[in-house]
Design a protein around this ligand. Structure first.
Ligand SMILES: [Zn+2]
Length: 374
């Protein structure tokens, strides 16, 4: 789904993907453990041991982040919310859950599951450390590092800044208290931006005391949180606005069906010039769609080749467009349009073309809905 990520297969039926930025994290964690953290604490270790334990810790850290996300995903699945995939990226992970929780309780469980998993892992690694440190110093050291990192992971995610898990927990509590999801979202987002502002201020303070490396990191996290908080608020507002609306409401039904064998020349003469420009032209038949034709596609064909080029050769093939059904929720349709990077998408009902949805129509609906509901 996400660009620049690779699939690692499935875990209990959920596709796991890794963003390429994770390669950087794995190398960075291994390197800083092997050349800094371990040698500083255990100077008597041979270099190969430090590197070996660095790699082991890095792998277990990866597993810990994955388990944090599995925590969210398994709760989502128990609530029958569809989980598309889990992607691990530079700031940790993200579970792609295709629907929003239906009530405050679900949201609380869903958001809390990740930090709870991390804190549980911290406790488990802490106990492992106590159990193995007298048997093996290196394994004890690895367990101690993982206890610490999982504790930080759990606590960092509990910071009440939307869209961090803690922000979602806050939203769930506000939602439960006032039974108004929009109000809850607005305040969770404001809290998120305030927290981000504190990070920025603290980063500037740290940099001013001379510790500019940590300062820049904190500043960077602050800006990232602020951006994430703003965009996820906009996304939620949009999602709430579109809730209950389906593709059939905005689809253009006056699509002209063009026979695939028609030449570009005839198409322009009879359909474009002859009948006036319509909203959409589909190539194929009502039962068998070949593709979609936009005036832009025609410009790619030199004029002297109009007579010899068939419309099916210039149409955007249907396999590249993706399709929706009349009852597809508009939010899902919007995600699909964005994922496929297209402006229009055919609406099929039991294999039959019934219309076409477009970004333009979706945007004008959003405009109308937001005027009604400021
Ligand atoms: Zn989480």
């Amino acid at each position: 789904m996400a660009r620049g990520s690779i699939g690692l297969g499935k875990l209990v039926g959920i596709p796991i993907r890794v963003d390429l930025s994770w390669l950087f994290i794995v190398v960075w964690v291994t390197w800083s453990l092997a050349s800094g953290y371990f040698p500083a604490r255990y100077p008597e270790w041979p270099e190969t041991l430090s590197w070996g334990m660095g790699m082991l810790s890095s792998a277990l850290f990866f597993g810990s982040v994955l388990l944090h996300e599995m925590g969210h995903s398994l709760v989502a699945r128990a609530q029958r919310l569809p989980v598309t995939d889990i992607t691990l990226f530079i700031f940790g992970g993200a579970s792609q859950i295709a629907e929003e929780p239906r009530n405050a309780r679900e949201e609380l469980l869903l958001a809390g599951a990740g930090p709870a998993t991390s804190l549980g892992l911290a406790a488990a690694f802490g106990l492992t450390h106590l159990a193995v440190r007298s048997l093996s110093e290196p394994l004890g050291a690895v367990a101690l590092f993982l206890a610490g990192i999982n504790l930080s992971l759990g606590l960092f995610n509990l910071i009440p800044g939307y869209p961090l898990d803690g922000g979602r927990v806050l939203r769930a509590i506000l939602w439960g208290a006032r039974r108004d999801v929009r109000w809850a979202t607005r305040w969770a987002s404001r809290t998120g931006r305030a927290v981000a502002g504190l990070f920025v201020l603290f980063g500037i303070y740290q940099a001013s005391t001379g510790d500019w490396v940590s300062g820049l990191w904190v500043l960077f996290i602050g800006f990232f949180l602020d951006g994430a908080s703003r965009s996820s608020y906009q996304q939620l507002t949009l999602r709430q606005l579109l809730e209950g609306h389906v593709a059939a409401e905005i689809m253009a039904e006056d699509c002209q069906v063009i026979p695939p064998q028609l030449s570009v020349d005839t198409f322009v003469e009879h359909y474009l010039v002859g009948e006036g420009v319509r909203r959409c032209y589909v190539v194929g038949t009502r039962d068998e769609l070949v593709g979609l034709l936009t005036p832009g596609d025609l410009q790619k064909v030199p004029r002297d080749r109009w007579m010899t080029t068939r419309v099916r050769e210039v149409a955007m093939p249907v396999e590249r467009l993706g399709v929706v059904a009349p009852d597809t929720p508009l939010w899902t349709a919007l995600l699909q349009l964005t994922a496929e990077g297209v402006n229009q998408m055919p609406v099929l009902d039991r294999g039959q073309l019934v219309g076409m949805i477009s970004r333009d129509r979706l945007l004008s609906l959003i405009r109308r809905l937001s005027e009604l509901d400021p």
